[in-house]
Design a binder for this molecule. Structure first.
Ligand code: ADP
Length: 746
């Protein structure tokens, strides 16, 4: 090999070696760079980890110190809590779910008089044992073991009710125990001694007040009895005196005695009622009754006042409203008497009219919502006094008003009574024009049939109504129109005559009219071309009408105020006779009085009435009151005699005084009812009572009496009572001319 070749070869291998070296150097540099980067990353990571460790360490430190602070706070709070619990005067204790005492305050421990055993760790049962064994507790009527059993039973309840314990020293502790979620029991014992003492003082004061109230009530009852009995004598005798020959001056004295006596009784009744309402003693006595009849009774009672003042007192009872309801008729009558009485009192001219309307109410229309209004044309009430008059002892104070007497209690009693019945009272009034007092009550319908308007056969098509009173005309017009009868109204006899036409089937004429009165009108009709038209006379006084020689010319008489069923009966009768006789034949005088009895036949017996009454004055009053009646009246003086006479005399009805010597009226009635049970008979017995305090009526009726009347007795009411029990086989009680006269036995 040449040198050149060798050199070339060597150069080539050196070049190759140099290139390799370069390559390796490059690789080394790259590896170094990578290593450097890695080392840098590691360094950074170490730095970060170190920072994190430092943060965690700081946080740990912070939490630790916060925990310490919190712990300290808890300790302070607990200390404060216990301090507070210790300082409260009520006992406080905590038990665990095994009924072991965990802790309690000083007040709790104090009742145990520093007994060492009573400390945390003691059981509740042991505490109960110590309470009885040491005589700390007054177990009252319970034996110690009964008391512990009772307390333990209570303790075991999920939510024990608070209870009161009495300690040996008459301190009262109210225990309030509350169970926690985990079964712990927190027990609080409040010392309520002062409250108990206060309550007992209050209780004693209340008992004293109630006793005083009872004494007042019984004083009122006695006073009423004591006053009413002699008042019966005074008013009754004064009444009888007016029927004897008296000169002018004597008559004035007698009527003053009578009216003063009656006024005194009204006041006594008002005061009694008011005090009963105040004492919550007034109770309603619902029974089945006839509302229309109840209103009529009020009208009959007040009719004399209306007549004296020449004020027509009218009733407009909705033709289609039922009349038989369930309610307290006595109290409804009282409210109506107050309102109608006021209306008459405060009205000098015009009229007073009672309107009754109603709408069905209650489930299946078994009740009626009834509105009753009393309208007058009197002095009226100023707006600003309207609310005032329903208050106690409140009256409108002005000159015009004060000419009228009164207690100012009537309306407040009426309002309370209606509210007790679940209703409301209202009034509308205009000074100088008149007032309208009204009330609304919902009453259940009584069982059985309701009197409904008759369905007339259709031959009564056109009626002529003659009355000088416009309100009377309009009520009759409304009623007849509702029955399908055409009505022509006239204000006088003369107007009636000029309005007569062949299609008029019936004339209804008022008795007392200025110019030509009703009977003169019928005479003129009979003498002229209207001899056949039936004529129905409306009169305030049936007796007065009867005594008129023209009376036989009329076909029917309605004594005002007449109940609807009497009008219905008269219309039905006239309609029948029209149908039978053909129109406008000479009408036969119909039974002149709607409720007139058939003339007595000689063979009929007298109605037998027995009166048991010990007081001779009252006997005399009753005898005189009934002297015009066609009855056989027998008097006895006590309950024993009443029973004997019930057997021998066989009365058709008995008036029974309640307070009588030997045997009182209630006992006698019970005995009579007992005897009747064997025979199945029932004699009506009406109590005569001077008692006006409530409870009496219920008590009386519960003894088997059918009805009761309070003294002083009213002649008209007592006569009506007898008539209502008249047996069919007896002569009429109120004969036009007494035939047999009254037979009296004593
Ligand atoms: P009394 O009639 O006994 O005074 P009330 O309580 O019945 O008591 O009536 C209270 C007052 O209301 C009456 O005194 C009278 O001033 C007034 N008042 C009641 N009804 C009427 C009426 N119809 N017209 C005018 N004022 C009346």
């Amino acid at each position: 090999m040449s040198l050149a070749t060798k050199l070339a070869e060597e150069r080539r291998s050196r070049l190759a070696a140099e290139r390799l070296l370069e390559l390796k150097q490059a690789e080394l540099t790259a590896a170094n760079r990578k290593l450097g980067r890695h080392a840098l990353a590691l360094t950074r990571q170490i730095g970060e980890t170190q920072a994190e460790v430092a943060t965690v360490r700081d946080e740990n430190q912070k939490v630790k110190s916060e925990l310490g602070a919190a712990h300290e706070k808890v300790e302070i709070a607990e200390r404060r809590l216990w301090h507070s619990i210790q300082s409260i005067s009520d006992g406080f204790a905590v038990f665990d779910s095994d009924n072991i005492l965990l802790g309690a305050n000083a007040a709790y421990f104090s009742i145990f008089d520093r007994l060492e055993e009573v400390a945390p760790g003691i059981s509740y049962m042991r505490i109960l044992q110590i309470l009885t064994d040491e005589g700390i507790i007054n177990t009252e009527s319970l034996a110690p073991d009964e008391w512990r059993a009772m307390m333990l039973h209570r303790w075991m309840q999920p939510n024990p009710k608070p209870t009161t314990m009495r300690l040996w020293n008459d301190q009262y502790i109210k225990l309030i125990d509350q169970r926690g979620h985990d079964g712990d029991m927190v027990s609080l014992g409040q010392n309520i001694t002062s409250t108990v003492e206060y309550e007992s003082k209050l209780k004693k004061a209340r008992q004293k007040a109630e006793a005083a109230n009872r004494a007042k009530s019984s004083f009122l009852a006695n006073m009423s009895h004591e006053i009413r009995t002699p008042m019966n004598g005074v008013v009754g005798m004064a009444d009888l005196l007016t029927d004897t020959p008296l000169d002018e001056e004597q008559r004035l004295y007698v009527s003053t005695i009578k009216s003063s006596g009656e006024a005194l009784l009204v006041i006594i009744n008002d005061v009694l009622d008011y005090s009963k309402i105040e004492a919550d003693k007034l109770v309603l006595h619902p029974e089945e009754f006839d509302l229309e009849r109840c209103i009529h009774e009020v009208m009959m009672l007040l009719q004399p006042i209306a007549r004296d003042k020449d004020l027509p007192l009218l009733l407009d009872y909705d033709l289609f409203l039922p009349t038989r309801f369930v309610g307290d008729p006595g109290r409804i009558r009282q409210v109506l008497t107050n309102m109608v009485g006021n209306a008459l009192k405060f009205t000098l001219s015009g009229h007073v009219i009672i309107r009754v309307t109603g709408v069905p109410a209650g489930p299946n229309d078994t009740a009626s919502e009834i509105h009753i209004t009393v309208e007058d044309t009197g002095i009226g009430i100023p707006d600003e006094k309207i609310d005032h008059i329903f208050g106690e002892f409140n009256q409108v104070e002005d000159e015009q008003n004060r000419q009228f007497e009164g207690t100012g209690l009537g309306l407040s009693i009426s309002r309370r009574l209606i509210e007790m019945m679940g209703g409301g009272v209202w009034v509308e009034s205009e000074v100088g024009k008149g007032s309208c007092f009204g009330f609304k009550i919902t009453l259940d319908m009584a069982s059985g049939e309701q009197p409904m308007p008759p369905i007339l056969p259709g031959n009564l098509k056109h009626a002529l109504v003659v009355d000088d009173q416009a309100t009377n005309r309009s009520i009759l017009q409304k009623q007849l129109t509702q029955l399908g009868i055409k009505v022509t109204c006239c204000a006088s006899g003369a107007e009636a005559l000029s309005n007569m036409s062949p299609d008029i089937d019936l004339v209804l004429g008022d008795h007392m009219m200025p110019g030509m009165n009703g009977l003169e009108l019928v005479q003129t009709l009979r003498n002229g071309e209207w001899a056949d038209v039936p004529f129905l006379l409306l009169s305030n006084s049936a007796r007065f009408a009867h005594n008129d020689p023209l009376f036989p010319l009329v076909q029917g008489l309605l004594q005002k105020p007449y109940p609807r069923h009497e009008l219905f009966a008269q219309l039905a009768g006239i309609s029948d006779s029209l149908g039978q006789r053909g129109k406008h034949k000479t009408p036969e005088p119909a039974d002149p009085v709607a409720n007139a009895q058939a003339p007595a036949t000689r063979s009929q017996r007298l109605m037998r009435v027995l009166a048991a009454e010990d007081n001779k004055t009252n006997q005399l009053v009753l005898r005189k009151m009934l002297k015009h009646l066609n009855i056989e009246l027998k008097f006895v003086s006590n309950g024993i005699e009443a029973i004997e006479s019930y057997r021998d005399f066989r009365p058709d009805m008995i008036f029974m005084d309640i307070s009588m010597p030997q045997m009182d009226g209630k006992e006698a009635t019970l005995k009579i009812r007992e005897m009747e049970r064997k025979t199945g008979s029932h004699v009506p017995i009406v109590a005569l009572t001077a008692h006006a305090v409530d409870g009496d009526s219920a008590d009386i009726l519960s003894k088997g009496l059918d009805h009761y009347m309070t003294k002083p007795l009213q002649k008209a009411a007592i006569q009506r009572q007898i008539e209502s029990y008249q047996p069919q086989d007896a002569q009429p009680v109120r004969a036009a001319q007494p035939t047999a006269g009254q037979s009296v036995q004593a």
